[in-house]
Write a protein that binds this ligand. Structure first.
Ligand SMILES: *Cc1c(COP(=O)(O)O)cnc(C)c1O
Length: 289
């Protein structure tokens, strides 16, 4: 099930052409409409581990707009694996938004828990694990998730920089491990005050060819203003590539900023990973931005 082909295309917007930097984008948003981008890689070894365990169902965790929840629901449906999603917020219902609706559509059972209950469960997800239930933590953030992300980039020697958005840093860590020290891996934190994630990354990898960029969250996680929608719109109209509001839109703005600041220099090349998440374009918040 987890075979795929990665498409890499060159980005030739007026800004990029003028800069002299060669910018490429790996279109992992095209891997699957709902198991998009990095979620595909984070799930593949988790599902393999489930299949070799004695468990009969999968349980995972996510917020009301979690791309990971939908991806898990779709992946489980493809393998006919019963699955349950533990959702943050006991005021929610299966029809509260398009993300939860999609999860139900794929047959995921949803359980809504209070914010406090959720943060306790999130800290210790293995408490929910037993012989029958295989637990994947929130965001697919575990060793199997990191391992899968080592396969995202095929050849690091072709690029001076690799750019990737950062949430839990599972994907970033996997890409660094896969690089084996080649190229420079630039992680763009989607969260404010994310420097604590450096420690997480250091614990996940023994390579030093990376920088966690913490100044390009543009208002913080899930926040965006007119300047973000303007940027994403311009990028889409110049390339035909849609960016999502939460992760890839901010990463690309960050890449442009690093080019402007001469951190990524003329004649250098950068591979930007499109991690998907395009259902985020349907959120009310984005529609109103
Ligand atoms: C989940 C997600 C991320 C964050 O990945 P992490 O491994 O948690 O850092 C990035 N981009 C998109 C589109 C996502 O859905």
């Amino acid at each position: 099930m987890f075979d795929h082909k990665s498409i890499v295309q060159e980005i030739k917007t007026p800004f990029v052409l003028k800069s002299g930097v060669r910018v490429f984008m790996q279109r992992d948003d095209q891997i699957h409409p709902f198991i998009s981008g990095n979620k595909w890689f984070k799930l593949k070894h988790n599902i393999r581990d489930f299949l070799t365990s004695e468990a009969t169902s999968i349980m995972t965790f996510g917020g009301a707009y979690s791309n990971h929840l939908v991806a898990t629901a779709a992946a489980c449906a493809m393998q006919q694996i019963p699955c349950m999603g533990m959702v943050r917020g006991d005021e929610l219902q299966p029809n509260s938004n398009y993300v939860l609706r999609l999860c139900s559509e794929f047959g995921m059972k949803l359980k809504f828990i209070s914010r406090q209950g959720y943060s306790e469960a999130k800290r210790n997800p293995s408490e929910f694990e037993n012989k029958k239930v295989f637990v994947i933590p929130e965001g697919g953030d575990n060793a199997a998730g990191i391992l899968g992300c080592q396969d995202i980039v095929k050849d690091y020697t072709l690029f001076d920089h690799v750019a990737v958005p950062v949430g839990t840093a599972t994907t970033f860590s996997g890409i660094i491990n896969g690089s084996k020290g080649e190229s420079h891996i630039q992680g763009f934190a989607a969260l404010k005050n994310a420097s604590y994630l450096s420690e997480t990354v250091s614990g996940n990898t023994s390579y030093n060819n990376w920088t966690l960029q913490t100044s390009y969250s543009y208002g913080g996680f899930g926040h965006f203003d007119e300047s973000q929608s303007k940027f994403n719109r311009q990028f889409a109209s110049e390339t035909g590539i849609l960016l999502d509001p939460v992760y890839t839109g901010k990463m690309m703005r960050g890449v442009y900023a690093l080019i402007s600041e001469n951190v990524i220099k003329p004649v250098e090349s950068v591979l930007c990973i499109h991690t998907g998440g395009l259902t985020g374009l349907l959120s009310e918040k984005w529609l109103n931005s």
